[in-house]
Design a protein around this ligand. Structure first.
Ligand code: COA
Ligand code: ZN
Length: 315
């Protein structure tokens, strides 16, 4: 057995109920969303991205955002986040007392237009209004740089463009940053470089990474980010998720698989893996289809099987 003495601790942010449910073919009933969020709240997760205050025409599955945000039982120590694209979304999130607002812009202009129907300049203009609206509210604002590791329409984005977006966000007064790999284009060497450069440019600014496992590189990217000093990871129960405005988009990295891997490596997450696995195993029934998460299917690496008879019967 490899002994690790690493004192590393990272935080895990759950996005299944936003990134996951937004792209489900069928509407997940409001009471099921609330029940799942309440259960997730007790597993040791640092943040839960509860919903998004976007146009209900753009994302019909999250049209119950306000109801969900108001009905959940908030646990101390958990930050309840709402994704917001514009001023109207921020007004709605503010009315429901979200703890944190996550402003999202894709740095690929084409994806921002497809997803948000805005140019990047228009998104930044909206963000300026959001920051003015929230001034003095005590609500923290995270800025997500979507398509940071590649735009599905334009390809890999230059480092300068990532740094440009980070600089714009921080100049507006956002308190933290997320680098999002919206369509699973990131690879570990790129992740290491981008995370190192962004951390060096903005030391002390909390940095989260948000990976999708579209091309099977999700957990490798997590380890690359850990190596680059990142300590905050978005992940989705069961590995569900995906942007409805990016062709071929698939699920986020799976929360329980990520926790299972990190803990095996001696990196503490503070998350109750068994509780997550139990919740993940309920997803196929809730959603009506199988989900990609692997540990919920295979069992933990420490869940040993009974020895076959040949091992116990004397020859
Ligand atoms: N919440 C609810 N409704 C909103 C809204 C918000 N945040 N922003 C705009 N709307 C409404 C407007 O009131 C208007 O309603 P009406 O048709 O009844 O008058 C309608 O949406 C169109 O408004 P407009 O400002 O012209 O928006 P748009 O059609 O250009 O769309 C967005 C812009 C940002 C609202 C839309 O593209 C969107 O919600 N995108 C989010 C996509 C997403 O969540 N992707 C996955 C996560 S990254
Ligand atoms: Zn995502």
């Amino acid at each position: 057995m490899i002994q690790t003495t690493s004192p590393r601790r990272v935080q895990i942010n759950e996005v299944a109920v936003r990134d996951g449910f937004q792209s489900e073919p069928l509407f997940v009933p409001t009471e099921d969303k609330i029940r799942l969020i309440d259960a997730l709240s007790k597993t040791g997760l640092s943040k839960i991205e509860v919903t998004s205050f976007v146009s209900p025409k753009a994302i019909p599955n999250l049209r119950d955002a306000a109801e969900v945000m108001q009905a959940i039982s908030r646990q101390p120590g958990v930050t309840y986040v709402a994704l917001v694209p514009n001023e109207k979304g921020a007004e709605r999130a503010l009315a429901c007392s979200a703890d944190e607002i996550n402003l999202v812009m894709s740095i690929g202009e084409s994806h921002n237009l497809a997803n948000m129907r805005m140019t990047c300049a228009q998104s930044l203009q909206q963000f300026g209004r959001v920051m003015a609206l929230l001034a003095g509210s005590g609500i923290k604002v995270n800025g997500t740089i979507a398509t940071a590791f590649g735009c599905p329409f334009e390809g890999e984005q230059p480092l300068e463009r990532i740094l440009w977006a980070a600089g714009e966000y921080l100049a507006l007064g956002m308190h933290s940053l997320t680098l999002a790999d919206t369509t699973g284009m990131a690879h570990p060497a790129q992740v290491r470089q981008v995370c190192q450069v962004v951390r060096a440019a903005h030391p002390g600014v909390p940095l989260t990474v948000h990976f999708h496992n579209t091309r099977g590189m999700g957990l490798a990217n997590v380890m690359a980010a850990v190596g680059a000093g990142v300590d905050s990871f978005d992940a989705s129960l069961g590995g569900i998720g995906g942007c409805p405005y990016a062709p071929g988009a698939t699920g986020n990295i799976c929360t329980e698989d990520t926790v299972h891997m990190l803990e095996a490596c001696g990196i503490a997450t503070g998350v109750d893996l068994d509780a997550l696995l139990a919740l993940s195993r309920g997803l196929p029934e809730l959603l009506g289809h199988p989900v990609p998460g692997q540990v919920a299917q295979a069992g933990k690496r420490t869940d040993l099987r009974p020895r076959p008879a040949i091992c116990t019967t004397p020859a």
